[in-house]
Design a protein around this ligand. Structure first.
Ligand code: UDP
Length: 325
């Protein structure tokens, strides 16, 4: 299939391009390169363009005879979304709506959406299944929830079928080490810790030790980026076989606290990290752990890289290949 990968030069998008090529599909990356990297796009066609540029998007959708669209181009920082919600609603909601309208104009009706565990807010129970109430506590989660709602309406009204994949914490890198996580500035826990191990950063901070969790630090479900891409391939097949629109929670089902992740990074890298305590970060729930039984059952997805040490090892392999700043 010809698959438009919006945000294909970013962290998850670049791994998706590789996974599509490996599976025999033809990816077309559309990316503004504001946060993405041209050299992370390992193959397929590449078009530089803004999400907000409807004319350019229309041209790409038609020129490449696109069969399906995967959308990875969104802002993802929970804390920032609390400080500057407008940025999140304009991009994650407004631009996505424009993309969907462009798809309808071009007659494309298969869409895979990168949603998030943040749509659930502070969990009432864990692991979180698809029936869990949705009460996002930050603009990031709210913007994604609104797109999910729009997708339901667009299916009913226009026949645009979609699969929403609610990522828990994407982490790791391609085991070959040629692509990985490169946010600037980096805010995510594992790459931040690895930068400390690599000597690129003086210390890392623990955002809050007074959560209602076994060791007081936040618990998250880290999922290897390759397993996440595999779920997208399952979703693509599902839409190709005319499966109905669906939404799935996507994680390993294992929660690790910030302190446990720090210990895993110390084990894998062999470095003792300099760690400081810091206040809680706005918009962070105490525990987010996925119940992913539904996607395993319905799409036949099985994660392969579930051990936290494997996830950290692959991320470390990528970090070590990077040139120091
Ligand atoms: N975190 C931390 N220090 C950091 C970065 C993150 O303590 O330098 C914590 C953060 O509060 C959260 C967890 O690590 O509980 C994962 O955060 P990350 O930003 O990696 O992903 P998010 O959960 O925001 O998607």
């Amino acid at each position: 299939m010809n698959v438009l990968v919006v945000g294909g030069a970013g962290y998850i998008g670049s791994h998706m391009v590789q996974a599509l090529l490996d599976a025999g599909h033809a990816p077309v990356t559309y990316d503004s390169l504001v946060t993405g990297h041209r050299d992370a796009v390992v193959g397929g066609a590449f078009v530089q363009g803004e999400m907000a540029d409807a004319v350019a998007l229309d041209a790409v959708l038609r020129a490449h005879a696109i069969d399906a669209v995967m959308h990875f181009a969104s802002f993802i920082q929970v804390g920032e979304s609390v400080q500057d919600p407008g940025k999140y609603y304009r991009n994650n909601l407004g631009c996505t709506l424009q993309l969907l309208d462009g798809m309808l104009r071009a007659g494309i009706r298969r869409f895979i959406f990168s949603s998030t565990a943040a749509i659930f807010g502070e969990p009432e129970y864990v692991p979180i299944d698809e029936k869990h109430p949705q009460r996002p506590i930050n603009a990031y989660g709210a913007s994604k929830q609104m797109v999910e709602r729009i997708l339901g309406d667009y299916d009913r009204a226009y026949g645009l079928r979609s699969v929403c994949l609610r990522y828990f914490n994407a982490a790791g890198a391609h085991p070959r080490g040629h692509i990985g996580e490169r946010h600037e500035p980096e805010t995510h826990l594992i790459p931040v810790l690895l930068q400390v191990a690599a000597g690129r950063r003086a210390h890392a901070s623990i955002f809050g030790r007074d959560y209602d969790t076994p060791d007081g630090t936040c618990v998250r479900d880290y999922i290897h980026v390759l397993d996440l891409c595999q779920a997208h391939l399952c979703a693509l097949e599902w839409l190709q076989r005319d499966g109905p629109s669906a939404a799935f929670n996507l994680g390993n089902g294992n929660g690790f606290s910030v302190l446990e992740v720090i210990r895993a990074v110390e084990r894998v890298t062999g470095c003792a990290l300099t760690i400081m305590d810091a206040p809680r970060r706005a918009g962070d729930p105490a525990r987010l752990v996925a119940d992913s039984r539904r996607i395993r059952c319905e799409l036949g997805w099985t994660p392969r890289f579930t051990a936290i040490d494997t996830i950290v090892r692959d991320a470390w392999n990528f970090e070590r290949r990077r040139t120091p700043p």
